[in-house]
Design a protein around this ligand. Sequence first.
Ligand SMILES: C[S@@+](CC[C@H](N)C(=O)[O-])C[C@H]1O[C@@H](n2cnc3c(N)ncnc32)[C@H](O)[C@@H]1O
Length: 243
Amino acid sequence: MAQTHFGFETVDEAEKARRVRAVFDSVAARYDLMNDLMSGGLHRLWKAYTVAVARLQPGQRVLDIAGGTGDLALAFARQVGPRGLVVHTDINASMLRVGRDRLLDAGVVLPTVVCDAEKLPFPDRHFDLVSVAFGLRNMTHKDVALAEMHRVLRPGGRLLVLEFSRVAPPLQQAYDWYSFQVLPRLGQWVAGDADSYRYLAESIRMHPGQQELKEMMKKAGFGHVDFHNMTGGIVALHVGIRC
Ligand SMILES: C[S@@+](CC[C@H](N)C(=O)[O-])C[C@H]1O[C@@H](n2cnc3c(N)ncnc32)[C@H](O)[C@@H]1O
């Protein structure tokens, strides 16, 4: 079997999928609280910027991949309105369940689909916008997933990839200290799970940087790709257009 990375470890591909599932099964209940604590609330600004860049119109069709606890799906649903459609998807049923409950509490009912981004159960050229926030990093075959995202977009449709990226050099030392010293301890304290947050820090280092991801998106078929750095490159939003 082919090998891949799970954080800094080299593992079989099936083992990676199993361990990623275990990470999100473990953190699902505390995921939103941990996001606020880890990022000091910044993830809300990163997502608000993503929603602003999406510029959705009432009636449009959106696919949120790796949608987890539903932050983007909820914001998109408000933009597309009752005539539009937002499909909230994730490979992990525990994450999706937390998200679905949050959406219902907010009075929003969306189709919720458990599916793998590498094998999307949707027709070609179906969506106006596809989004994936902090999900691509966890996928085993990112090239396959990006090609699937391209396939389900209509020509002129856009893919938004919000993901951790490469920080600017002056921030590197402090960021490494925070990632490897503080995050696992915070994970242990709040979620009773240091390992999942160690994986988070490691997986960020193994994920392609801004330019490399841009090239991968072009290779997957996107005719135009641009990225916007946020918070000194801690996070980048890549926007790909299906031409
Ligand atoms: C860090 S969470 C992000 C959740 C949400 N998008 C957010 O921004 O808060 C990453 C999500 O990616 C999902 N994921 C990992 N591999 C996936 C795959 N192959 N297909 C779909 N989702 C996947 C995980 O189950 C998890 O819910």
